[in-house]
Design a protein around this ligand. Structure first.
Ligand code: DGL
Length: 282
């Protein structure tokens, strides 16, 4: 599995010198999708203090406008970096990254790693030359995705489908609820129904939520389809940008959720699996 990640602008790496060993890595997503990235970051950097932040009050991003998403992401990350003082921010969300990465980098003084659809590795993997791309509705219409297609898959056929139902399915699964098989089936059928869709052999999971339901998708697509997403590549990029830094974890890692009210109890157990033993509202 490989990925396309965005490196920090030149010069940002030099600002990493003299980092406080307790400074966390901040992973940000609209919901629980970024946990698929957290899992890989944890493997790459087991000693790193991590804060996982989910904008549950803004979930889902995929059905919002570009302006709404950009405003939320830039505003929240501004407040979060001020309050939490991370050494690096990872936007573990394709929707937020493809829309707001450039803007956020303009305003924040901290290195930022984004998440963009893994079209490049998918183009290297496909044998039939037909690639499916499942993302949110907002992601699949981005010029950023057009550029990746043009650069890495110009000689392939890339079929896109915006699948908000899969975000819902992944969130339900993390709450400990059963996944509605119709949501999964619908996403697979929507790609297969497009011209040449029956020849798809590689599917890009272009939303960090979707690897959470990869097993269910694999069943719906059948054994001849392989999936690719960016989590491992993102973790490698985070490790590269923090190479040589010291880590000191003062307590259990923290999960932050925007919005009000009680979080479902089932979350706590799942979050503990990802090493997030403290849960708070932001
Ligand atoms: N996890 C997000 C992504 O990677 C988006 C989910 C949503 O809020 O719609 O695109």
């Amino acid at each position: 599995m490989a990925s396309d990640t965005q490196s920090v602008p030149q010069g940002a790496a030099t600002r990493l010198a003299g980092i406080d060993a307790t400074a966390p890595i901040l992973l940000f997503d609209s919901g629980v999708g970024g946990l698929t990235v957290l899992e890989e970051v944890r493997k790459a950097l087991p000693d790193a203090p991590i804060i996982y932040a989910a904008d549950t009050a803004g979930l889902p991003y995929g059905t919002k406008t570009e302006a709404q998403i950009a405003a939320r992401v830039a505003g929240l990350l501004g407040r979060m970096t001020e309050r939490l003082r991370p050494r690096l921010v990872c936007i573990a969300c394709n929707t937020a990254s493809t829309i707001a990465l450039g803007m956020v980098r303009e305003v924040l003084e901290v290195p930022i790693v984004g998440t963009v659809p893994a079209i490049k590795p998918a183009a290297a993997m496909t044998k039939t030359g037909v690639i499916g791309l499942l993302g949110t509705e907002a992601t699949i219409r981005q010029a950023y995705v057009d550029r990746l297609e043009h650069e890495f898959a110009a000689d392939k056929r890339l079929l896109r489908y915006g699948a908000p139902g899969l975000v819902e399915a992944a969130e339900a699964k993390l709450r400990g609820e059963p996944v509605d098989p119709a949501l999964i089936r619908h996403a697979a059928e929507a790609l297969r129904a497009q011209s040449e869709g029956e020849r798809i052999d590689t599917v890009v999971l272009a939303c960090t939520h979707f690897p959470l339901v990869e097993a269910e998708l694999a069943e719906a697509f059948g054994p001849d389809v392989r999936f690719v997403h960016g989590a491992q590549g993102i973790a490698r990029q985070v490790a590269r940008l923090t190479a040589g830094q010291e880590y000191s974890r003062q307590g259990p890692d923290l999960a932050l959720f925007t919005g009000q009210g009680e979080l479902p109890g089932a979350y706590a157990e799942k979050l503990a699996h990802y090493g997030l033993m403290r849960i708070e509202r932001f």
